[in-house]
Design a protein around this ligand. Structure first.
Ligand code: AMP
Ligand code: MG
Length: 466
């Protein structure tokens, strides 16, 4: 029996709207995450329940309200426009939201239809489960469904629904929503909720903020280590839990370029690969400003509050650098990387960028000597190699084998799986999901998934297209 406890639905009415998911005409499971279902105690849920046609006993479905900066521009009211939070389940591992993305219109849908099509649903399923398997904090995917509805975008597509699991769906933009309305009482309630739920070790608001800053520094460094470009790092797409959330036009880098951008709506490269840490820092500044009024009360004065929050915010770059160094040090097989190792790491990245070397295969190829094959300027790589050999740890092979996956969800493979699914064949999507759930250890039969795209397979742009 699934055990529900809907703590967010119990918050005051300003936080959400009670709403049932819209009926899906003919729900059908495309991808199913059996181990996760088991952990959540929902193994017996069938397609109608996963789609929200049948509400499980104990659930209290709501749409959550939030606001956000989108590409730097302020939107005072967003919210779950195409998703319903079915409820929170309690498990041995803690409390988890069960969230139905693509569940129909809500009061926050604005002009949207509240629906998703199967393409973005499959992408989010595959990528989020890969991120989890690669050790990156993330929302997870319990199931990808066909709804049986048609969804109109640039053409009609089969409707899809993602059953998403998260430790919560509270965003930087959730705080901003109440702050912008001058509703300090709600900011305080939200702060207490987040502290109890995610950071019980934090003694006060300042410590809570410091924990959130640290969690983001850790998260973004992990993204960078996989060549991940989120694509829409708006403040409404940043979870205060430190989990990756809202996979839209995201992509992984094939041939390395620090300026990589894939999203069709990111014209100016605001959310390019190399911008991600500074954007996270900017988003965290927005969050910090939401804490000013309550800190003022706690510390007795606005200046004191701003100074204290600024100090925490200013710790982000250094915290991020330390996390980044640990991530990339491990990718070079260095157990205890320090400041002095930065040139070694940067120089390799510089060579990779100059040659557009495949990010994943070069790093993994350090294990078996194949890294050199991905370089054009082999002389430069050969000059770099002895410096690396002199520095790497004794257990370098074990370290690299755990730090650099052999296989990632390459954009062209995801596209290929989506195209097949549009023709009713889910086997490619199933294969990707299966292989990517164990990305450090690849069977001989699956080696083809490590190949970078050929010129005509290359995906240059990804679309939100939800
Ligand atoms: P995103 O940045 O894609 O996470 O979405 C930004 C906002 O647009 C969120 O408030 C979503 O709920 C809303 N939204 C996106 N797609 C739809 C849709 N098809 N129908 C209604 N709302 C949507
Ligand atoms: Mg979003």
């Amino acid at each position: 029996m699934t055990q529900f406890d809907n703590s967010y639905a119990r918050l005051p009415k300003e936080f959400h709207t009670r709403i049932a998911p819209e009926l899906s005409p003919a729900p059908e499971v495309m991808l199913w995450n059996a181990p996760l279902a088991e952990a959540l105690g929902v193994s017996d849920w069938d397609a109608p329940m996963l789609a929200g046609n049948v509400i499980p006993e104990g659930a209290d479905p709501i749409a959550q309200v939030y606001a956000g900066h989108q590409f730097g521009g302020w939107s005072p009211q967003l919210g779950d426009g195409r998703a319903v939070l079915l409820g929170e389940v309690l498990t041995e591992d803690g409390r988890f939201d069960i969230h139905l993305k693509g569940a129909g219109r809500t009061p926050y849908s604005r002009n949207g239809d509240g629906r998703a099509w199967i393409g973005p649903v499959l992408r989010e399923y595959i990528v989020s489960e890969f991120m989890h398997a690669a050790g990156v904090p993330t929302t997870r995917a319990l199931a990808a469904l066909r709804t049986g509805a048609r969804v109109q975008r640039e053409r009609a597509y089969p409707g899809g629904l993602l059953v998403r699991i998260a430790s919560s769906h509270i965003r930087v933009g959730t705080f901003q929503y109440f702050t912008a309305r001058g509703d300090e009482a709600s900011v305080k309630i939200l702060t207490d909720h987040v502290r109890a739920r995610h950071y019980p070790q934090a003694k006060d608001t300042l410590e809570l903020y410091a924990e959130i800053v640290k969690a983001q520094a850790r998260l973004i460094a992990k993204w960078m280590g996989l060549g991940f470009v989120h694509g829409v790092m708006n403040t409404d797409n940043m979870a205060v839990s430190g989990e990756t959330i809202d996979y839209g036009p995201c992509a992984f880098i094939d041939g390395y370029s620090p300026k990589a951008v894939y999203s069709s709506i990111d014209q100016f490269g605001r959310y390019a690969y190399e911008q991600q840490p500074s954007i996270a820092h900017w988003n965290l500044a927005q969050l910090g400003s939401c804490f000013v009024p309550q800190m003022e009360e706690e510390l007795g004065g606005q200046h004191k509050a701003i100074d204290a929050l600024t100090e925490v915010l200013n710790a982000f770059p250094e915290a991020y650098q330390a996390e980044w160094r640990a991530v990339f040090g491990a990718k070079l097989g260095i157990a205890d990387p320090n400041e002095a190792d930065l040139p070694l790491i940067q120089d390799l990245l510089g060579l990779m960028a100059k040659d557009g070397a495949d990010f994943t295969n070069t790093f993994r190829g350090l294990l078996d000597g194949s890294a050199r094959d991905w370089m054009l300027d082999r002389e430069a790589f050969d000059a770099w190699t002895p410096r690396w050999e002199a520095r790497r740890s004794e257990a370098w092979q074990e370290i690299i084998a755990k730090a650099s996956p052999t296989v990632i969800p390459r954009n062209h493979r995801i596209e290929e799986a989506i195209q097949a699914a549009l023709e009713g064949d889910d086997r490619k999507a199933e294969r990707l999901a299966r292989v990517l759930s164990n990305p450090f250890d690849l069977a001989e039969d699956d080696q083809d998934l490590t190949h970078p795209p050929t010129e005509d397979q290359m995906v240059h742009k990804t679309f939100c297209g939800t």
